[in-house]
Design a protein around this ligand. Structure first.
Ligand code: AMP
Length: 433
């Protein structure tokens, strides 16, 4: 028990963390290019926020939330998704009062859902997402979809499909719901238990049934029953996407699990991922801000599953930077110079290099072996004799060459060697030469 993590959770160990960082930095850079500002919200919120914001009929609220009473007997819930919390922050932070649109994004935010774990589905997982508030224009829907596609493209992912649908507005959806009920009513005995229960309140959810897809296959499509305004909006989104060079397929089966969507809904899927092929889901949610107590505010956004994104990168064999070894390992030639070795390591770090030294009391020979195992580009040997002359021995680990170098010129010499070899400590930052 003590040495086992809870079911459905994952550790991200250093070997993987560098892959996560590489993906996160692409998302930060892409969001910045599009002018989105980062938002970070608490891991837990008042339970009611998700009940209202995600919807009582959803799988999430019905059976997946981690809800608990705190010591003050308030009902709190670990965040199962990002949108409701970002809407709350938008309202509470006064962003609704400023100039619109407000374009926000988040990266690697932990989410919690009590679901049956399998490959690509976890109880704690991470999402990156964006939310744009204050515009009902179809150009915003198109920008958001293009941003998701750009993130995937910047990472080198291919083989993705963008699937688009419209759920209409409350007006045209009401009539469509009736048509759906007419379609499903005579087939209800073939539907699963959840679907039978949802038939009256939310027949759209029957289109999204994970148990039996065949039943929904012959159902009428929402896109055939949109009102004029929703038809215009849907066409405009597609035309902007064409202008942006984003290819997408219309898929009437995309209804998304959450109650709050209006008009545009979309998913980005990676067929290589099997059952959990959805990398990203999103859409427009023009009624949510008001439902959560704010002024009427149109909004559109998406969430990308970080774990699935990493799985897709792996499935496509996209290589992300692996953790590089340190620029330099500082070895003490003997007991007498251990203190100096530590001080020199600290100095090299201040001078912008990644530097390590021995923390295990190893012999010089064992220290050099350890430097090799760490993948250090250089090793420095701090010996009493050289130290007396203000110098150390510098060893280029790849070439096996050694030279005496003055301590004052050491950082410069190592940095120049690293630049010449085309590498640096973390593959991103390079010390100034
Ligand atoms: P959703 O918030 O359900 O619209 O999901 C958005 C994205 O988050 C999905 O496309 C998945 O990539 C990811 N996702 C959702 N649920 C899970 C889960 N339980 N484990 C891992 N990733 C998930």
């Amino acid at each position: 028990m003590l040495t086992q993590r809870p079911r459905g959770t994952n550790d991200i160990l250093p070997g993987d963390a560098s892959r996560w960082r590489a993906v996160e930095s692409v998302i930060h850079r892409t969001a910045a290019r599009y002018g989105y500002g980062e938002v970070r919200t608490p891991l837990f919120e008042h339970t009611e926020l998700f009940q209202r914001g995600v919807g009582d009929d959803t799988d999430i609220v019905e059976k997946e939330m981690y809800t608990f009473l705190d010591r003050g007997r308030r009902s709190l819930t670990l965040r199962p998704e990002g949108t409701a919390a970002v809407v709350r922050a938008y309202l509470e932070g006064g962003l609704a009062a400023g100039s619109q649109p407000v374009k926000l994004y988040y990266v690697s935010s932990p989410m919690f859902r009590y679901d049956r774990p399998q490959a690509g589905r976890y109880r704690q997982f991470h999402q990156a997402g964006v939310e744009v508030f204050g515009t009902a224009e179809p150009s915003a829907d198109a920008e958001v979809i293009a941003l998701a596609v750009d993130i995937f493209a910047a990472l080198g992912l291919r083989g993705l499909e963008v699937r688009l649908n419209s759920l209409g507005c409350p007006a045209c959806r009401a009539a469509y719901r009736d048509r759906l009920r007419d379609y499903f009513r005579p087939r209800l005995d073939q539907a699963c238990e959840d679907c039978r229960r949802r038939f009256d309140r939310n027949p759209l959810r029957l289109l999204d049934c994970k148990v039996d897809r065949a039943l929904a296959a012959g159902a009428p499509a929402m896109t055939e029953h949109l009102c004029d305004d929703c038809t215009r909006h849907f066409r405009a989104v597609q035309s902007y996407l064409r202008a942006l060079g984003v290819r997408c397929a219309i898929d009437p089966g995309i209804v998304r699990g959450l109650d709050y969507y209006t008009r545009t809904v979309f998913e980005v899927v990676h067929p290589g991922l099997g059952a959990q092929s959805s990398l990203c889901g999103g859409g427009r949610y023009d009624g949510l801000v008001e439902a959560l107590g704010g002024p009427p505010t149109s909004a559109v956004g998406f969430a990308i599953g970080m774990e699935r994104l990493l799985l897709a990168l792996e499935a496509e064999g996209v290589t992300l930077p692996k953790p590089a070894g340190p620029d330099v390992f500082v070895a003490a030639a003997g007991e007498a110079t251990r203190g100096e070795a530590m001080a020199l390591t600290a100095r090299l770090r201040r001078e912008g290099l990644s530097a390590e030294t021995d923390l295990c009391g190893r012999s010089l020979k064992a220290q050099m072996k350890h430097a090799g195992r760490l993948g250090a580009a250089f090793a420095v040997v701090v010996g009493e004799e050289e130290l007396a002359r203000g110098a150390v021995v510098l060893r280029d680990m790849a070439r096996g060459e050694q030279e005496n170098v003055e301590i004052d010129r050491l950082a410069e010499r190592i940095a120049a060697g690293r630049v010449a070899a085309g590498g640096a400590s973390d593959g991103e930052e390079r010390p100034e030469a």
